[in-house]
Write a protein that binds this ligand. Structure first.
Ligand code: 9WN
Length: 457
């Protein structure tokens, strides 16, 4: 049964009081969404739009389960890593069950053409931001007293290490300490305005016209999803990688889309810190991880920090140029502890948007793309709306820098959005209105996590 979008935690509008009952029913609503999307071995991101297991979704979902159902958190991550490739890559989708409601499907990817693909599991042929060491650490920290987490950690650690090795070996051909993304889907922020220019290069002459059978538009309105032109290019890249049998050196050298993404590499850098901690728990060698940390910290400074804008910007490897587009990703290095204190104010200051509840001192959020920028679209996917996972990472980052008030403004806004509108995939940046898919798993999971960080109000 699907959970209704009618949220039991709906709160009378205009009521600013801290309210324990609100927090309790919000938690119940979040659990109901996760329970409905739980398949017995993994959690669908949403009931209709995304029927399979997604890579970074599962990481965020496990973080939410850590305090609620650590057993499920472990099963979630174990299921995802069943799809891990022999070269260490964790694919962006694992197709555990057949479904005809999502495109492109396992048969479109044909990942089995690669000698690296796992046996007996259908997957896509690209990856997503590597949040998993962070998720495993969250599970281990929160479940220690309840369960035999050591066994789980011993089982997961080599898999996490293999994933990070894949990124530094196969995705960092120049050894800079930054991983290359070869498809916008790998960045997790698919149609961000950051990629507009780089994607134009995917129209490479001589490529066959891809067959695009969009099924997303049967569930969500066109104004909230990527444009057809973007989709054509997404599928063109899939066709190309499939024709290369997912040969990594070729994908990294010849893909018409190649970027060093600030968000992806921030997640990787943060995950390295968490992996280091896990290695210490197990008494495993740490030199390799410390070397990754050293290199990536240096690379943020040398290759992603933009002195002209005083901002971290992604870089287009095809043109060799920085991508000077101001999106929420510019603030995500906080999550990894990259900037020094002098830079932090600048990184978040300009990004906060108006509080949909009219209380700017008490609540704020960071929209995927700011309304002051060219091409902003309030309801379209990664081109304006507020996403809970990105705000959660910025919240975590602000706490890391002891900017507790700013962090709490974000936390309050996210809880209120979910309370008033429901657990949506994304939200209008200035109105309490949900967008995309209802009953979205990582929204519910991260709301649960945020509720566990202190009282409501
Ligand atoms: C393509 C599942 C995924 C998220 C991504 C989000 C969206 C897929 C899509 O949904 O992407 O991977 O079909 O639009 O952009 O971040 O992991 O929730």
């Amino acid at each position: 049964m699907l959970v209704s979008t009618e949220n039991p935690a709906r709160r009378p509008s205009g009521d600013p009081r801290p309210d324990l009952a609100f927090g309790v029913s919000l938690a119940a609503g979040a659990k109901a969404v996760l329970d409905a999307n739980w398949t017995g071995s993994f959690t669908r991101p949403s009931p209709r739009l995304y029927p399979h297991q997604w890579n970074w979704d599962s990481g965020f979902i496990a973080i939410g389960y850590a305090g609620y159902s650590p057993e499920r958190a472990m099963t979630e991550l174990r299921s995802l890593f069943r799809g891990q490739w022999r070269n260490g890559m964790v694919p962006h989708i694992v197709f555990h069950h057949p479904s005809d409601t999502y495109f492109p499907d396992a048969a479109d990817w044909r990942a089995d053409r690669s000698p690296d693909a796992p046996d007996g599991v259908f997957t896509s042929g690209i990856t997503q931001p590597p949040i998993h060491a962070t998720a495993v650490r969250a599970v281990v920290e929160r479940a220690t007293r309840k369960l035999d987490v050591l066994r789980f950690l011993e089982e997961m650690y080599p898999k996490l290490l293999a994933l990070h090795r894949f990124l530094y070996r196969d995705r960092d051909p120049d050894g800079l300490g930054l991983a290359v993304c070869v498809h916008p889907w790998e960045t997790g922020i698919d149609n961000s305005p950051k990629w507009d220019r780089a994607l134009l290069g995917v129209d490479a002459a001589g490529l066959p016209i891809p067959v695009v059978r969009r099924k997303d538009l049967l569930v969500v309105g066109t104004d909230q999803r990527p444009a057809d032109d973007d989709y054509r290019r997404y599928i063109q890249l899939v066709d190309l990688f499939r024709s290369w049998d997912y040969d990594q050196p070729r994908m990294v050298r010849e893909s018409p889309f190649q970027v060093y993404d600030v968000l992806f590499n921030s997640v990787l850098h943060r995950a390295n810190w968490d992996l280091l901690e896990l290695a210490r728990v197990l008494g495993e060698p740490t030199a390799e991880i410390r070397e990754w940390l050293r290199k990536t910290a240096g690379a943020f400074e040398t290759h992603l920090w933009d002195e002209q804008d005083r901002m971290y910007h992604s870089r287009d490897l095809v043109s060799g140029q920085p991508i000077r587009v101001h999106t929420a990703s510019c603030a995500v290095p906080l999550f990894a502890g990259v900037p020094d204190h002098a830079r932090v104010e600048r990184l978040v200051g300009g990004f906060f948007t108006a509080c949909p509840f009219g209380e700017p001192d008490r609540c704020a959020s960071v929209p995927s793309y700011h309304e002051s920028q060219e091409g902003f679209q309030a309801v379209n996917y990664w081109r304006g709306p507020v996403w809970v996972n990105v705000n959660w990472m910025i919240y975590e980052g602000l706490r890391r820098y002891r900017l507790i008030d700013s962090a709490d403004r974000i936390r309050r806004n996210l809880l209120r959005l979910a309370g008033q509108a429901g657990f949506w995939e994304y939200y209008h940046p200035t109105e309490p209105r949900g967008l995309g898919s209802p009953d979205f798993s990582w929204t519910a999971a991260l709301v649960l996590d945020l509720l566990g960080r202190g009282g409501w109000g």
